[in-house]
Design a protein. Structure first.
Length: 257
């Protein structure tokens, strides 16, 4: 019997963590939203102990933060977070791509091509959660192929939590964004196929820098620097408004399961 065919059952804490992280990623729990243990206890029909442990793990991943009043909230996405991270990510991932050219196999290049096709298909189907997953799979493969622990550790510590949250909730909800990313990924793949280390580094840096530029072009932030919404989400409305006379997206009700 092949034991590799069977997955170890998830513990209650792991299951709670998984469900809550998916709720954050899908936008059911929105950036800045208060997390109340009593509500989660009622929703999941479990005691508070595993809920508190799951929330503690999510704090460690940067998806949940604790404010000065000891209240837990879904992490806000700030312009400073993104401004600080993108230039560093561009350098680190560019370096990873340059190193990966000498180690990546033809089989891994084919896997990059297939993953980019998955991204394109998910975009056409407007499945933006899958878009984000395919995008991270693409970039993760390149980072792994660099076979450099220092680069891998640095990237993980910088990008954990906030970039996943932002990319899934905001960035990949625009069809044209998916199309641009697919095209830019294709140029990265071409550099690997040509065994061109300088081109691989250049194309990865260009790709990440373009993501940063698109963010600055379309994002609106409040007076505290927290992301509010994408300009292309704004709808004209005679109702009460919070930004430039336009209606903000309504708060979603908690519905995870």
């Amino acid at each position: 019997m092949n034991n590799n065919k069977f997955k170890k059952p998830m513990s209650l804490v792991d299951q709670l963590k998984h469900d809550l992280s998916r709720a954050i990623i899908k936008g059911v729990l929105r950036p800045g939203q208060r997390i109340k243990e009593a509500e989660l206890q009622e929703l999941f029909k479990v005691s508070r102990a595993p809920i508190r442990e799951a929330l503690r793990l999510l704090e460690g991943e940067g998806l949940i933060v604790v404010d000065n009043y000891k209240k837990r909230n879904v992490r806000q996405i700030t312009n400073q977070d993104l401004a600080d991270m993108f230039p560093v990510m561009a350098c680190l991932e560019g370096l990873a791509a340059k190193k990966a050219v000498s180690t990546i196999s033809n089989a891994k290049i084919k896997l990059l091509i297939e993953t980019n096709k998955q991204l394109k298909t998910a975009g056409e189907q407007m499945n933006y959660g899958l878009c984000a997953e395919a995008n991270f799979k693409f970039h993760k493969m390149i980072i792994r192929e660099a076979k450099n622990k220092a680069i891998n550790t640095a990237i993980r510590s910088i990008s954990k939590g906030v970039i996943w949250l932002w990319l899934t909730n905001i960035y990949f909800k625009m069809h044209e964004i998916v199309h641009s990313s697919v095209d830019e990924h294709a140029k990265i793949i071409e550099a690997f196929q040509n065994n061109d280390a300088d081109a691989a580094e250049r194309e990865v840096r260009n790709h990440i820098n373009k993501i940063s530029m698109r963010t600055l072009e379309f994002s609106i932030y409040d007076s505290g620097g927290n992301y509010v919404l994408d300009k292309r989400f704004i709808q004209l409305s005679p109702l009460n408004s919070n930004v430039s006379g336009k209606l903000l997206p309504k708060q979603k009700k908690l519905s995870i399961l």
